[in-house]
Design a protein around this ligand. Sequence first.
Ligand code: NAP
Length: 489
Amino acid sequence: MVNIDEKSVLDSVAKTLFIGGKWRSASNGAVFKVEDPSTRLTIAEVADATAKDASDALDACVSVQNSWANTPPRVRGEILRRAFELIVARSDELALLMTLEMGKPVAESKGEVAYAAEFFRWFSEEAVRINGDYYTAPDGNARVMTLRQPVGPSLLITPWNFPLAMGTRKIGPALAAGCTVIVKPAEQTPLCMAALMSILEEAGLPPGVVNMITSSDPGAVTAPLIGDSRLRKLSFTGSTEVGKLLMSQASGGLLRLSMELGGNAPLLVFADSDLDKAVNGAVFAKMRNMGEACTSANRIFVESSIVEEFSQRLATAMSDLKVGRGTQDGVQVGPLIDQPAIDKVTSLIDDATSKGARVVTGGSKLDMSGYFYSPTVLVGVESTWRIAQEEIFGPIAPIYSFSSEDEAIAMANNTNYGLVAYLFTENLNRALRVTEKLETGMIGLNQGLVSNAAAPFGGVKQSGFGREGGFEGINEYLYIKYIAINHKS
Ligand code: NAP
């Protein structure tokens, strides 16, 4: 099943830990398997770190923290810039690797590789703009001086759904700020992160500044690190449930935290929208990454006068999508990540249909070797059902109907999550009114995509806190030091 290109890409990646600039096996020699979700075949065996390996990684961080923080910002930036260029030069290989371990179609993987690279370019430019301030206090005597300094050794934990970009979105600002890091990628997708470690090494990053531990038992390796007083920062992207657990662990050492957690994005379509734009935007916001994105449109609210037409058009667009192994030409929708993902989607559909929802298209697992589920449109869904309250993380578009702007806003905000919302309307005043009232950290206005390395990505409510990307992203890895001066006395 694995062809020659696939084999050479898989062979080219180290399957070991990266600690203190050295590639090495787990201290007990253990490994775990990585599966291709489109075939269910094992494609690699990767080192399974122990708590001792994790502690070695922190030793490495601590030993070079001062020298890295004192490395000129221009030099730090130039290393990131070289890493950006290496990612771009290897985008075909990285994209294939991503498709093999995660399943998304190669065209989408290429999009993620470009997005991932962009964080290194952006933060290579931000590394030289870590400024402070100097001003006169209101009494006319005191002077206030501020510096921004690196927070120190940081643990970065990333999910499987964007195997490369969720890493560069943290590593880029951390390195630019002068922090050393340990990266813990998801068990299902460690290979892209290993490839990234090689790129950073080749770009000239000194040993120990970046370290990677891979594990099949994440709590066992990260809890001791989080409890170690030498660690100063935890940045986590993943589920709200695990985020809460890590926050409670981090309270012992009062770690600086960034939490990029789950979403339950509403997508609002008003009757005054451009319907072509709204349908295309909905397909994109729903189906990017097979619906396995924190930004995925989870609840589609459509004004009652156009709900029938919109549902039909969305169903046609969804049923036209070609599902298959992500390495095949023309495939637009790959497999879900694993059997639990299929089970979750199936149980949400079963729950909704048993309560009266109607499947317009899709609605079943596909009879293929991997974890494939058909793109699905559901109508007649209600806001109190599980499918409205939980993250679907799959290719299901449930459509709800509303009859006024206030009702649409209330329905959209009726969730504990608050990452992103999408809004389709050609009425400028409505667009401004509604965006101000939606309780989310980001809004896609007449578009189904918000991700941009130059913009502050992040949520409110139980979608977390902190911002990644944009001018704000580097602040997650800096603290402000204030120096009190009174030169008149
Ligand atoms: P997850 O189960 O929370 O896992 C995320 C990461 O945490 C993985 O590396 C995982 O390792 C690790 N982890 C799990 N349990 C842990 C523990 N007890 N201690 C330490 N680490 C632990 O989430 P996921 O299924 O990988 O990713 C999907 C979730 O991520 C969704 O909720 C999605 O919305 C969210 N997400 C949010 C954003 C954002 O920017 N807001 C972006 C992407 C994804 P293992 O892989 O070994 O379990």
